[in-house]
Ligand binder design. Sequence first.
Ligand code: FAD
Length: 521
Amino acid sequence: MRQRSLLLDKLDGATVDVAIIGGGINGAVTAAALSAAGVSSALIERGDFSSVTSQESSNLVWGGFKYMQSYEFRLVRKLCQSRNRLIDAYPSQVEPIEFLATFDEDSPYPVWLAGMGATAYWAIGNFATARPRLLRRSAIESTEPVIDTSRAKGGLIYADAYLPDSDARFTFGFVKGAIDRGSLTANYTELTSAELHDNQWILQLTDTLDGSTRTLRARTIVNATGPWIDELNEQLGVTTEHRIAHSKGIHLIVPRIGSGKRVFAFFDEDERLYYVIPMGDRSVIGTTDTRVDDPNTTVTAEDRDFVLRQINARLDLDKPLSVDDVISERCGVRPLVVDAASNHEESDWLQLSRKHEIEIDRDRGVVSIFGGKLTDCLNVGEEIVKAVGKLGISSKKLDDSWFGEPPASELARFRARVVATESVADDTADILWRRYGYRSNFVLDRIVTDSSLAEVLWEDPRYLKAEVVEIGENEMVARVEDFLRRRTNLSMTEYGSELDDRIAEISDLLGISSRPTVSPN
Ligand SMILES: Cc1cc2nc3c(=O)[nH]c(=O)nc-3n(C[C@H](O)[C@H](O)[C@H](O)COP(=O)(O)OP(=O)(O)OC[C@H]3O[C@@H](n4cnc5c(N)ncnc54)[C@H](O)[C@@H]3O)c2cc1C
């Protein structure tokens, strides 16, 4: 909270080269890349960072094997390359993982054909992941006995990657990188009006927590508002060749299904692939793809029944999963880019591309980023630096140091400190490194100064009290749910009843009031 107040004070009356509106993944990478390129920027988000689409994904970092079904080979190639860059740059945060796809007589493809596709996918991805292989029915049974193989024809194993913490935590890493490089970054701050005077934007910002207002001046604007991009462009007087179509997707989180070591892939009754994805000791089942007009959506009883019906048809469980097994839910809308003039009918809905497009309005000084994937985030950041350059904003040449975890030598130094101080167990040290990178040293400093902070606040997933204090001081947490839902995954993986009793203690450690808490999800 303290860091937020300091940044809000700096923001008021400031002038920057680029005001980025929207603090999801696209806004976050933009702020990180621009600040590393020496461009002054402000990142404005009306909720918490990553509190909309970028907290509702499947947490997969992937080339999108399934997009080969719609022959989008160029997109798949680009996403595979982005995936490979992320795996290399984030050895602890982006984890390679096996996918086990089961095929039966109703699957739209025979398993041998899928195997050929997987080999092509592996090649398109520069052979950077484990080699795909086919499985007999008996091998599926012995690998993951929970899968019902009574109708199975065979299985396929191929590899991609996922975010073992979460999309929101990953996104926050870019926000933090931007703050550390001087970007003026504000959550719970809404752009409420914008006027262009003498080639300078005058932006009115409203604090959505206390209603106070601030003024920011900017030479250019990056519109990174995802599902609201068309709305903001209209407000800014910008017309574009593209627009957004909204596709709703939901996930249900349930106690762990199977070993938790791999993703399961099945075809649903509409012949669309869906997945069971590990999230610690839980599993995430989804997703769906439903056309909606309003980006503000929730999980309906129909959505829930659909997902449960699909998964129960594929698993060999003593008792089918029911709504009582659902620990938490995720629901978001994909902002899919389409031509402004197009009118997509239901027939081609499922074929809409997951690509992104960047448009520049030179007269108004606005760059708009339509669509995209978390997986493609590095390309988005780099392309936007070039796009604002075309609006006359000069920058330093970007190298790869604007993203990624600290080098292995830093990790070795941190591990040596852990041993020397005997402050935390080795496995805890690795978790800290994954979550905080170089800031793990700050967590350690807190424990060395006050050993009571080594106490485990939550066992599985493990959180130490020192982490909560660190997050409260340095991660712009304004509400308890920012901590429970986005800085950590606790409100996704834990039952609400277990968290309720701990809210006061957590708020205390975070240094915020527990009163403004709304439902953690
Ligand atoms: C169900 C689902 C599954 C997905 N799975 C994957 C996956 O596994 N892998 C993958 O790579 N991608 C996945 N995606 C895609 C990915 O999540 C999205 O492409 C990405 O999160 C979009 O990010 P964004 O920054 O454009 O939008 P958002 O995250 O929605 O950010 C836009 C932000 O703008 C803010 N905003 C709007 N108006 C204003 C204003 N006036 N002032 C201030 N702020 C404003 C909003 O509050 C919001 O936070 C999935 C998406 C969905 C929905």
